[in-house]
Structure formats: structure tokens, C-alpha cells
Design a binder for this molecule. Structure first.
Ligand code: TEU
Ligand code: CA
Length: 558
């Protein structure tokens, strides 16, 4: 297998709005990130993925961009950006930008022009259609509720927006759009950034016929078959690769909702013709269902093992995995798959989940606060939420009578993206040390117990556990490169797997339950000889017949 730096790296995702506020306006900013660069160095990560910092009216917290080559005023200036980039590079940390080019903001100059007239030079930058019998051109629903079409009275046509109304989809079939996007990417590369995380890049190519989709629970049609992994997506990414990516030493990861293993082999092909890796969502969607994500079902461990193991074995030698439990769109993993009922279980399960993920093959991603075991948030009522997806879904589902309000509030508390978006918990001072002003979204009240200062001062903290996992990946080649095999596929409580490289073997044992579990150490592992690389129960030694503790994780090398 070809070795490269991005296969050996650990990435840390920063959601700038909630990371660190340097000027007391309640909103995280670039100077705040620069201030905390030593914290990231201490954690040991190699790469920062920065969620969008471009100029934006913030209909979707920066995922609606009105100028790709300007910094959002609330976050600072281009000089602040350059200083932050230099501060990262001085410490040997690379910086990957979020590239949001499936859509722009409706306030982007391209769209402002495009909507002016039917023959404006920018008209074809977006996807405009005539209505059908006085209604939308097709039945597609938007990801953020309602129709995916918006009527624009000035030219009496509809434009497509797979996300919010303020996020019109770009028309990638227009070569001028591709030229403009590639030129902008090149501008950032020349500035010295180290890569791109590409927002919903699997959705840039639409079937030009735009056929109706199968109606889902909301009554709108599913655009999936016609807009996800669409007809020209690989062609456009290959063009992007030829014209921009291949000319620099970059790390690229495509956010590919709806991607299958087969498709991923194309997006992240080892031949390097498209992207380095993709984010797939099969494991995160295991607790979804009929009403999309809005329920409080628990992920079944046997299914989780099956999905993750399939990605491990199928991509081996063909493409490269990215490994994640958390990002700015997902609830906190310790509240989802772990146990926050007692401090002891919280700490053990957070470490166990980290072990399970970080010992797999692929590039691991740590989302801000995950390294502290930050949890879901006890939001009160709807006014505590800021996320457009959550607020729209609440209105749509309760007003149509599909879900009663109290029930929907329960689902929001469990699944809302805002669970990941509350301020980073730096210390136990007011507002968790995030701001001296009023934070833009509530702080999780558990910051007095869960914060960076407390954990940095305590050797057996979750922070230090992540630090060790990250260090091990650099010290032991078997962690990035060893071959994966699942053991005990049917066991409903344990996630156990091996990694093999040359004559070395790694055994990863994770107990996903609070009950103790009997475990027999498999051959060829020898309890006397195996080296313990890491574990979450202190100076634990393996035995042939062992009793695993609540949420125990143990990694052996032989
Ligand atoms: O997310 C794409 C995406 O698939 C999400 O809409 C996902 O389905 C949802 O968040 C799950 O609840 C990306 C960004 O990560 C997200 O923050 C943006 O809102 C979205 O694209 C639009 O740019
Ligand atoms: Ca600020």
C-alpha cells in the first residue's frame, strides 16, 4: 500500500463560531483559533479542517457563502486568516478548508446577477426551470423541509435549492461554473492551504431531466436517485483533480451523503484521479428511519459492526477510509453510543468509543470537544435552538401533525445538530471560558465538570487518552496500515477486531455495555507476551479468560 502523510494523520475539525471568541461579541473567531493553536499542538493532531469562514449571511452558519474570497466579518479579516495559517504551519499543523460549491448563498454576486433576467450572463450558473401547471417543476423536497424549488417572481421561474431557500444549487453542467470554482480553489491553494473538505460533493451533478422522485414521509419526492452520485460527478471531480488538486500537495475529503462502498471506490480511488477519501454516512444513519433522522432509536451494535467492517475490508487496497463519530451535523457520540448516566461510565465509554474508531484503518477525525467527551445539551424549548434544519423540521413535522410537539422536542434534544455546536468548554469560568460576552448559542451547563483545563491537569483524562491514541498512530505502522479483520461478528455487546502487518498483530477489544463480559483471548495472542498499547482501566493486563469491565477497551500488540 502506498504511504502518504494524510494516511498517517489525525484531523481535528473546528467549528469556528463555537471554538473561541477573542473579542467578547459571543461569536468564535479566527484570532480565537490562533490563541488556541498550542492546545491543538498539545493534543498532537496533524491537520485542522476548518468549517466555513467565508463571507456569509449565515442562513446555515457559513454553509451559504456570498463571497468565497473574503472572510466573514464576525470571524475577522483576511490578515487574521493569514496569521492563523502561519501559526498552524509554524507548529507543523496543516490546514484544510471547507469547500461549499454544490450551492452558494442567494446573496452571492453570481446569484444576484443570475436572478436579474432570463438572459443574464450568469443565468446558467444556477438551475432555473419553468413551473409545471402553476406548480414546482418537480416534487423534490429540500433537505431542510419544504419544496426544493423556490419561485422567483421577477423572472417568473423557479430555482433549485436542495438545502435552504438561501442556498441555490450551482449548475455544474455549465463549464463557466467549473472554471470559476476551480479558479477560486487555485487562489486558496496559492495562499498555501493544505487541502479541502468538500461539502455534499456527491450532489453536484443532477440528472438534467429532473424527474419526480418517490414520495417520502413528508410527501415530497426523493431526489436521491437523480442528484446523488449523479451522471457526471466523477467526470467533474477528475477535471477538478487535473486542473487544480494534482498541482499541489493536498489532502482532499469529499462529504458524500448517500455514497455506497462501490461509489466510494471511484471517489477515493488509489490511482489519485479524484479525491483522497470520502465521508460515508451508513454507520451514522443506522438510527434513522421512516421519519428520516427524527426518532430516538439506538444504533444496534451488530449492525454497526457489519457496516464499519464492510467499509474496512472493501476499501482495503482500493481506496481510503475516513473515520468519524462526530462532526457539526451529528449529536455527540458519548450521548449516542456511550453512557452519560454516571461520571465513571461517561469517562470509560468516551475512551472506549475513541479506541474503537482510532484503531481502524483510515484517517481519524476528531470534532472539537470530542476529545473532552463533550455531551449532548439539555436544550429547553425551541428558542434554545439555532439550527435551520432543526427549526424547520420542528415546524414541518408538528404543524402537519406527524409528530406531537413534546415528542419532537425529545428527538431534537437527542439528534439536533446543535448538540455539537454549543461553545467549546475551555474551563469552569463563566461561559466555559469561551467568551466574555453573551454566547450566540447556550453553553452546555455541564462545563464546570467537563472542560479542557480540568482534563489537561489530570493524567487519566479523556483528553490525555486521545493524545495517546494520536501518538500511537505515529509510533506504530500497524495502526495506519495493518489489514483489518472482525472477530465475533454476532456478539451483541463486544466489538473486537484485529489488524495485521507483517508478523505483527493488533487486537482491539471494546465492550459497548455497562455489564461485565466474559472474553477468551484468541490465539495467537499470549497473555504473558502481548504488549498493552492502551486501555481505559489503568494498568490492566490481559488474561486468557478475562472479565471485561463496563465499557472496557483494551488494545494488545503481539
Ligand atoms: O451537510 C450535508 C448533509 O448531508 C446534511 O444536510 C445532513 O444530511 C444533515 O446535516 C444531517 O442532519 C453539509 C454540511 O455539513 C451541513 O452543515 C450543511 O448544512 C449542508 O451540507 C449544506 O451545506
Ligand atoms: Ca468574536
Amino acid at each position: 500500500m502506498k504511504k502518504t502523510w494524510w494516511k498517517e494523520s489525525v484531523v481535528y475539525q473546528i467549528y469556528p463560531r463555537s471554538f473561541m471568541d477573542s473579542n467578547g461579541d459571543g461569536i468564535g473567531d479566527l484570532n480565537g483559533i490562533t490563541e488556541k493553536m498550542d492546545y491543538l499542538k498539545e493534543l498532537g493532531i496533524d491537520v485542522i479542517w476548518l468549517s466555513p469562514v467565508y463571507q456569509s449571511p449565515n442562513a446555515d452558519n457559513g454553509y451559504d457563502i456570498s463571497d468565497y474570497q473574503a472572510i466573514m466579518e464576525e470571524f475577522g479579516t483576511m490578515e487574521d486568516f493569514d496569521r492563523m495559517l502561519a501559526a498552524a504551519h509554524q507548529r507543523g499543523i496543516r490546514l484544510v478548508m471547507d469547500l461549499v460549491v454544490n450551492h452558494t448563498s442567494d446573496e452571492h454576486a453570481w446569484f444576484v446577477e443570475s436572478r436579474k433576467s432570463r438572459d443574464n450572463p450568469y443565468r446558467d450558473f444556477y438551475i432555473w426551470r419553468e413551473g409545471k401547471d402553476g406548480k414546482e417543476p418537480n416534487n423534490w423536497g429540500s433537505c431542510f423541509s419544504g419544496s426544493a424549488w423556490k419561485y422567483d417572481p421577477s423572472t417568473e421561474m423557479y430555482y433549485l435549492h436542495l438545502f435552504a431557500e438561501k442556498q441555490p444549487d450551482l449548475n455544474w453542467d455549465n463549464p463557466a461554473v467549473r472554471d470559476a470554482v476551480f479558479e477560486m480553489m487555485d487562489w486558496w491553494c496559492r495562499k498555501g492551504i493544505d487541502g479541502f473538505r468538500m461539502d455534499v460533493i456527491s450532489m453536484i451533478s443532477k440528472d438534467p431531466a429532473l424527474p419526480d422522485g418517490k414520495p417520502n414521509a413528508s410527501g415530497f419526492g426523493d431526489y436521491g436517485p437523480y442528484a446523488v452520485n449523479g451522471p457526471h460527478v466523477h467526470e467533474y471531480l477528475q477535471e477538478m483533480n487535473r486542473r487544480v488538486l494534482s498541482r499541489y500537495d493536498l489532502m482532499t475529503v469529499g462529504e458524500c451523503s448517500g455514497v455506497t462502498v462501490e461509489e466510494a471506490k471511484k471517489y477515493a480511488n488509489q490511482d489519485g484521479s479524484e479525491l483522497n477519501m470520502v465521508f460515508q454516512f451508513e454507520h451514522m444513519n443506522l438510527d434513522g428511519g421512516e421519519s428520516f433522522k427524527w426518532n430516538d432509536r439506538k444504533i444496534d451494535l451488530a449492525e454497526l459492526k457489519k457496516v464499519l467492517s464492510r467499509w474496512q475490508t472493501e476499501l482495503a487496497g482500493k481506496a481510503w477510509n475516513s473515520l468519524f463519530w462526530c462532526n457539526h451535523d451529528q449529536p455527540r457520540i458519548v450521548s449516542r453510543l456511550g453512557d452519560t448516566s454516571t461520571r465513571e461510565y461517561w469517562e470509560a465509554s468516551a475512551k472506549m468509543l475513541a479506541t474503537c474508531l482510532h484503531m481502524m484503518q483510515g484517517t481519524p477525525y476528531v470534532y472539537q470537544g470530542e476529545e473532552l467527551g463533550m455531551t449532548n445539551v439539555p436544550f429547553g424549548n425551541l428558542s434554545d435552538f439555532r439550527d435551520i434544519e432543526s427549526i424547520n423540521a420542528y415546524h414541518e413535522l408538528t404543524e402537519s401533525g406527524q409528530i406531537v410537539p413534546e415528542e419532537m422536542m425529545r428527538y431534537l434534544r437527542y439528534k439536533s445538530r446543535d448538540n455539537a455546536r454549543t461553545p467549546m468548554q475551555w474551563d469552569d469560568s463563566e461561559n466555559a471560558g469561551f467568551t466574555t460576552g453573551t454566547p450566540w448559542i447556550m453553553v452546555n451547563p455541564n462545563y464546570r465538570e467537563i472542560n479542557a483545563r480540568e482534563q489537561m491537569g489530570r493524567e487519566d483524562s479523556i483528553f490525555h487518552y486521545y493524545q495517546k491514541l494520536i501518538r500511537l498512530r505515529k509510533e506504530r505502522e500497524i495502526i495506519p496500515y495493518g489489514a483489518y479483520a472482525l472477530l465475533l461478528p454476532e456478539d451483541p455487546d463486544l466489538f473486537v477486531y484485529t489488524r495485521s502487518l507483517g508478523d505483527q498483530k493488533l487486537l482491539v477489544i471494546c465492550n459497548f455495555r455497562k455489564e461485565e463480559k466474559n472474553f477468551v483471548l484468541p490465539e495467537p495472542f499470549d497473555p504473558e507476551q502481548a504488549e498493552v498499547l492502551i486501555g481505559n482501566y489503568g494498568e490492566r493486563r490481559p488474561e486468557r479468560q478475562m472479565m471485561l469491565q463496563a465499557y472496557e477497551a483494551l488494545v494488545l500488540l503481539q
